[in-house]
Ligand binder design. Structure first.
Ligand SMILES: [Zn+2]
Ligand SMILES: [Zn+2]
Ligand SMILES: [Zn+2]
Length: 113
């Protein structure tokens, strides 16, 4: 899949066809996440830091029914709860996701209030 074939524009540093970036390049790092500040998808929070000109804002809870997580392996888009409940596997293509992302989950999704 080339850049132009993607339905979703994913931003970041040195992205490959499955949205791995300069920071996270393992087989499992195929997820891109949407940020509340600019509503753009980024390969990771460090990509947002590098590319965007503003502070990152996690995806807000009142928009958890909207598409917010992109699977770079199959091109499908999940909502935040779908991603958080998927047990590190894409519900659409079974691609394994990096469980280590969970350590950064507060950077991507607004915490329950
Ligand atoms: Zn932003
Ligand atoms: Zn990155
Ligand atoms: Zn997938």
């Amino acid at each position: 899949m080339s850049d132009s074939d993607r339905d979703v524009l994913v931003r970041g540093v040195d992205l490959d066809a499955e949205t791995r970036c300069a920071h996270y390049r393992s087989d499992r790092d195929v997820v891109a996440l949407r940020f509340g500040c600019c509503e753009d998808f980024f390969a990771c929070y460090r990509c947002h830091e590098a590319v965007a000109d503003h502070e990152a804002v996690p995806w807000p809870r009142d928009r958890f029914d909207e598409p917010a997580v992109y699977c770079g392996a199959c091109g499908s888009i999940m909502t935040a709860p779908e991603y958080l409940e998927c047990e590190h596997t894409c519900p659409h293509c079974d691609a394994p996701f990096n469980p280590g992302c969970r350590r950064h989950v507060h950077l991507y999704f607004e915490k329950p209030s």
